[in-house]
Design a protein around this ligand. Structure first.
Ligand code: ADP
Ligand code: ZN
Length: 680
């Protein structure tokens, strides 16, 4: 590393102390350490009244101190091998600047917590080996199909750093990734391979290891233990790992010499961290990393995100796979109108068609999935005469019923309708609030199909260790007839014996009070439909709905991404949503409701003034403040301001500069969420 550092007087070090929002501290470099000290090393420093000293990391050098500060001396160097290099620090400080937090917070996310303990040297090796890593390498003689080969060659040739691979489920995207990975390794470079968290217990992990061998692949995600992370970190440092396979946080692992980053299922919202800081999106961090390393980024999906698709079209970096490998057929999707069922006095959660199909499927020894996409807190209101959903005129999102005020409210702009409102479409007043969850479906299913083996899989199981893995295993082994689940089961599940998927209420997927709700709904329904008929047996899918002429539902029925895209992009443009703007969300929260609201009002007022003064009010649009959908979390009241930035980087900087200058009352907390994945 650079030799000049030996002449510097001070080292900046990073210390892990909760609630301290200073980035770094300066310490004197003692004469005897000057030859040895490097960026990325861990050192021991005196701190406050702690006699034994604190472990810290060297992040920079300087010859000057801020006025009024008296620097103490570094005690010793703990580990002479640096844990990270300058590129890595550059990445972290970009993340800190872009996502409005300090480098320390980012480093905390990136480094296993144990790194800040003093005696890492004595750290115990993991006792149990990761089972997945026991998978054996299998020789293969895969030859790409002509369609795959063409796309592969084009991706190799393209100049732009980011490419989007859009291919329907089963079109052979993974085989193209593997080819590109092979090439990268041959060039002596390394690969980061990201997948949604849920896919990590799936075949994709196994397949990757089968192809490349367990010595070259490491796994990195939130449920990997600290001990495993520490081992992996060491291997990465020694350049022993060629492919790092993981969920979003793997983007911060210190892998050297990156040549390629792949993000599979790139539309998935789990690539964005919603809580706590840094609220980063691994896709954007990956773009930055590719800049720093001059590497390539491949995004892949059967239902790309609107933003990625838009960018790919505009940068000429969109690649399509239109056929399933081996011409396997997509399952047949049927839409069932539940209004008709009700008219015929069937008040059950299951339509006659669904019941009949379940019985037929199970009698053939085949299996069924029920999807019920219900998140606990939310509900929506629907007209039972015509299926219309109460929505805000300005924001095109569903209104939420509030019992305190006995009215329906828009959580973006504050728009409100009284309880005795009439349906805009049919004039009726026969509204119903919906709130079915997976547990209700489970109870009904057990009553309706008393002889069948039924299990439920949702995030409630996740809290009990291994329960979900056991349920999945029993399902794969054919010991469960109907698996009921939330969106968790829509992704990655590959059971060739599943020939029926029933979506209990397809409308739920579209009716969260959020601008991305149709995108998520479309992609969820397309993905879950893709679970049916994956083997030789023909699959069937049933969407139950009260809103059978929903355009998006029809797009999902036909697995027509491009049709969906055209509808959705027009709406985004009309309402200045991404990709036509970048969004910044500011949440003010406090145990004191009045002060949270007052702070939000003041910030909105001053921000609007500031933007007007700069004559940017055409390109920086401020919405709110309004109460958040989740208006009270852990006794904190929450208010929301939304900024639509149509001015790219300059707009971003302008807004953040303003936000940095804000002084808040002690009991009010401000959270800034850049490019939020939802606005709840
Ligand atoms: P996707 O990632 O687009 O969903 P996959 O890569 O999983 O698609 O491919 C679907 C199936 O087809 C897999 O079982 C895969 O092994 C097989 N497959 C894809 N391409 C080839 C190929 N060129 N030769 C042999 N099998 C292939
Ligand atoms: Zn509104």
């Amino acid at each position: 590393m650079n030799k000049e550092k030996n002449n510097f007087k001070y080292a900046q070090v990073l210390v892990d102390i909760n609630k301290l929002d200073t980035k770094t501290f300066s310490y004197l470099i003692p004469e005897n350490l000057k030859d040895e000290i490097q960026v990325g090393q861990s050192v021991l420093v005196p701190f406050g009244r702690r006699k034994e000293g604190l472990k810290a990391y060297v992040v920079g050098f300087s010859d000057y101190l801020e006025e009024g500060i008296k620097a103490k001396e570094i005690i010793e160097i703990l580990e002479s091998d640096p844990l990270f290099n300058l590129e890595y620090l550059k990445l972290l400080s970009w993340v800190a600047n872009y996502y409005f937090c300090d480098v320390q917070t980012v480093l905390k996310t990136a480094l296993p917590q144990k790194f800040f303990e003093k005696n890492v040297k004595n750290y115990r090796k993991p006792k149990k080996e990761n089972l997945v890593l026991k998978t054996q390498k299998i020789e293969n003689n895969i030859v790409l199909s002509p369609e795959q080969e063409k796309v592969y060659q084009e991706i190799k040739k393209i100049n732009s750093k980011t490419s989007l691979l859009y291919g329907i489920t089963g079109s052979g995207k993974t085989e193209i990734y593997f080819k590109l990975i092979e090439d990268t390794i041959k060039e002596g470079k390394n690969v980061i391979f990201l997948a949604p968290e849920i896919a990590l217990v799936s075949q994709l992990t196994m397949r990757t290891i089968e192809r490349f061998g367990s010595e070259t692949v490491a796994i990195w995600h939130s449920s990997i233990t600290e001990a495993e992370k520490y081992e992996t970190w060491k291997k990465l440092r020694n350049n022993e790992i060629k492919i790092l396979f993981g969920a979003r946080s793997a983007i911060f692992a210190p892998i050297k010499n990156v040549g390629l980053i792949i993000i599979d299922e790139e539309h998935d919202s789990s690539f964005k961290q919603t809580m706590p800081n840094p609220r980063y999106n691994a896709k954007d961090v990956a773009k930055k990393l590719c800049e720093l390393y001059d590497a390539k980024l491949i995004l892949g999906s059967a239902t790309p995100s609107i933003e990625s698709y838009y960018e790919a079209i505009n940068t000429n970096s969109l690649f399509k796979l239109k056929n399933r490998y081996n011409d396997a057929t997509l399952p047949k999707v049927v839409i069932i109108d539940m209004k008709t069922e009700r008219a015929e006095k069937n008040y059950s959660l299951f339509s006659k068609t669904l019941k009949k199909n379940v019985e037929e499927t199970v009698s053939k020894g085949e299996q069924v999935i029920f999807l019920i996409n219900r998140r606990g807190f939310s509900s929506y209101t629907q007209c039972m005469d015509c299926g219309e959903i109460l929505a805000c005129e300005k924001c095109a999102i569903p209104l939420i019923y509030h019992s305190q005020t006995n009215s329906y409210k828009c959580h973006y702009c504050g728009y409100e309708l009284p309880f005795d409102t009439k349906c805009k479409k049919c004039g009726g007043d026969n509204f119903e609030n919906f709130g079915i969850g997976s547990q209700k479906v489970e109870i009904s299913a057990r009553a309706t199909f008393p002889d069948l083996r039924i299990e439920r899989l949702d995030s409630d199981n996740l809290s009990k260790k291994n329960e979900h893995i056991e349920i999945l295993k029993r399902f794969q082994d054919g010991e469960i007839d109907i698996l009921i689940g939330t969106q968790m089961i829509a992704k990655g599940l590959d059971n060739k014996n599943v020939t029926l998927v029933g979506v209990i209420n397809a409308d739920l997927s579209f009716n969260l009070p959020d601008y991305k709700s149709s995108e998520r709904g479309f992609s969820l329904l397309t993905q879950v439909a893709g679970r049916s008929g994956r083997g030789d047996k023909k699959g069937k899918v049933i969407f139950q709905t009260y809103n059978s002429d929903n355009e998006f539902l029809k797009n999902a029925q036909e697995q027509d991404f491009e049709g969906f895209w055209e509808n959705e992009i027009a709406m985004r443009e009309l309402l200045d949503y991404p990709p036509y703007s970048k969004m910044i969300r500011v949440i003010l929260s406090s145990k004191n409701e009045y002060r949270a609201q007052k702070s939000a009002l003041e910030i909105e007022f001053h921000l609007t003034e500031y933007i007007k003064k700069l004559s940017l009010d055409e390109t920086l649009l401020v919405l709110g403040p309004v109460e958040c959908v989740l208006k009270k979390i852990r006794e904190e009241y929450r208010y929301n301001i939304l900024i639509k930035n149509k001015l790219q980087e300059q707009g971003h900087k302008t807004i953040l500069r303003f936000l940095k200058s804000i002084k808040l009352p002690q009991d009010v907390i401000m959270v800034v969420d850049i490019d939020p994945s939802d606005i709840l």
